[in-house]
Design a protein around this ligand. Sequence first.
Ligand code: HPA
Length: 285
Amino acid sequence: MAPSSQSPPSSVSARLEDCVFAVRKRVDREPSVGLVLGSGLGDFADSLENLVKIPYRELPHMVASEVPGHAGNLCFGEAAGASVVCMQGRVHLYEGHPVDKVVQGVRTMARLGVRCVLLTNAAGGLDPSWRAGDLMVVTDHLNLTGMSPLIGADDEALGPRFPDLTAAYDPALRSAMHGAAADVGLTLREGVYAGLLGPQYETPAEVRMIRGFGAQAVGMSTVHEVIALRHMGVRVAALSCITNLAAGISAGPLDHADVQATARSRHADLVALLRAWIVRAGAVV
Ligand code: HPA
């Protein structure tokens, strides 16, 4: 039976089924790989073959970001012979939406049956020897947002109450990323991603603290999506485009326009890397 559009469904999983139902009415695809395309990285979706785009605003319970560089489309297509679904842009917690809206897109991908998801983001680098434009495979995260997508009533239809995050960033998918980088002639950094609420960039004192905590990169996304996906048993990898050195390490002040410009400058390499990763990930999952 079609879910009612009159009154909002009460549970997270009911809202999720509502969204999945709406997607399935629009596309008849069985994506095996999901991609979340962060700041300035969304153009990858336009390189998909047999592309179908659904604007988030046409899907129940999905919200589009107001942030420049985040288009707001769920995109279906093929890349490197695999059926993929991409989030072209994401909404952030700092935009004021509840955390379950922030993860609605990745949960929808999980319900559509993807076996793995690659999350991409723009991040500030914490190691002074790194350079803007470096690419980093995420090995682990620090969730410093004070928020979790799993707060609230337990919803066993989604996953366990206390999910394990020991190997949240799948070791085999990470090595697939290094293999993919070698395939296309790139070298990658590796490190821990610290997720903060934002939207202000960090102070230099905060940057020193976060470095002391053992992170190599800092950003304002990804950690909630990873938690939600691991909760649902989906395998995850993440790639940060180090768009700038973090506050106090960078020679000058930070600016979102520069962040986007640096992400865009790596576009061709990222498209090649993501395609090569999709081929290798297909052999892993
Ligand atoms: N800090 C937080 N988020 C970011 C940064 C940063 O320096 N660069 C891109 N996203």
